[in-house]
Design a protein around this ligand. Structure first.
Ligand SMILES: [Zn+2]
Ligand SMILES: [Zn+2]
Ligand SMILES: [Zn+2]
Length: 251
C-alpha cells in the first residue's frame, strides 16, 4: 500500500489569505511549504482510493487516474469542496463513502452528478474496498466525523482527522487493533485555551504515545503551528514526523 499526503493543512491552508506571519510568508516564497486541504491518496494493486476531497484541483487529479472510490471523513468544506466541481464530470459513477450526515455540504446530495454517495457507514463495521479492509471509527468533532482503520495484507494504518482526542470506543478499538501507522490531526500549537474541535500538538502526541504505532504523521496543520515551529523547531518522538504535501509513504 502507498499513501500520499495530498494535503496537510487546516481549513485556512498555508499560506492563509491576508496573513503575514513568517510561516505564511515562507509558503508564498517556497511552494514546498504550502499546505492544501487535508487529504490522502491510497494506492494498492494499481487502484486509487482518495481520503477526503477538499483540494480544489480534484477533477484534474482524477483525470490523471480515476479513483475507484472516495472515502469522506466528514462534510466540512475543506474535506469535500473539490466534489462540487468533480460531480459534473463524465463517465462511470464514482462511489463516495462517508458518515450518515443527512445535511452533507451545500447541494451535493441533491445534485450528485457522477458521484454515487453511499452514506451511512456504520462505526466499527468493516467495508471491503478492493484489497483494503476499511473500518469506520467515530471521532470527536463539531460535525459527524469518521476516522478509518485501513488494512491491507501487511499494514494497518489509522487515519484520525478531524478530531479532538478520541472517543473511548475508538481508542479501545485501536489499542486492540495495534496500528503500524497513525495519521492524526495536530491543528493547533499548545496554548492555555482547551481546543474544542481539533487536537493541539500535545494532545496529538499523547494519543500517538498511547496507541504505540511504529510510525506516525501529524497533519491538518495550521499556519499558527508552522509559525510556532519556525520560532522553535519541533523535537518529536522517534517515528513521529510532520506530514508534507505531496510526500509518499510506502508500506
Ligand atoms: Zn478540516
Ligand atoms: Zn500566517
Ligand atoms: Zn472539520
Amino acid at each position: 500500500m502507498k499513501l500520499r499526503f495530498a494535503g496537510t493543512g487546516d481549513s485556512a491552508q498555508v499560506p492563509c489569505f491576508g496573513c503575514d506571519c513568517l510561516a505564511c510568508q515562507r509558503a508564498r516564497l517556497l511552494s514546498c511549504h504550502r499546505r492544501g486541504p487535508c487529504a490522502g491518496e491510497l494506492e494498492l494493486d494499481g487502484e486509487l482510493i482518495l481520503i477526503d476531497a477538499g483540494r480544489m484541483d480534484l477533477a484534474a487529479r482524477c483525470e490523471r487516474q480515476r479513483p475507484a472510490a472516495i472515502l469522506l471523513t466528514h462534510y466540512h468544506a475543506d474535506h469535500v469542496q473539490g466534489l462540487l466541481h468533480l460531480r459534473w464530470g463524465r463517465g462511470e459513477s464514482i462511489p463516495v463513502y462517508g458518515p450518515k450526515d443527512a445535511q452533507g455540504c451545500a447541494d451535493l446530495h441533491k445534485n450528485p452528478g457522477i458521484l454515487d454517495f453511499r452514506p451511512g457507514l456504520k462505526p466499527f463495521r468493516p467495508l471491503t474496498l478492493g484489497g483494503l479492509t476499511v473500518t469506520p471509527l467515530p471521532l470527536n468533532h463539531s460535525k459527524l466525523t469518521l476516522g478509518y482503520a485501513i488494512e491491507d495484507r501487511v499494514t494497518r494504518l489509522a487515519w484520525l482527522c478531524d478530531t479532538v482526542g478520541l472517543p473511548g470506543a475508538t481508542e479501545r478499538f485501536l489499542s486492540e487493533w495495534q496500528p503500524h501507522g497513525v495519521v492524526i490531526d495536530a491543528t493547533h500549537p499548545d496554548s492555555s485555551a482547551a481546543p474544542r474541535n481539533h487536537n493541539n500538538l500535545t494532545m496529538a502526541l499523547e494519543t500517538i504515545e498511547r496507541l504505540g504505532p511504529s510510525r506516525a504523521w501529524l497533519t491538518h496543520i495550521s499556519h499558527e503551528l508552522d509559525a510556532h515551529w519556525l520560532a522553535m523547531p519541533p523535537t518529536l518522538p522517534d517515528g513521529v514526523a510532520v506530514a508534507v504535501d505531496g510526500s509518499d509513504i510506502l508500506f
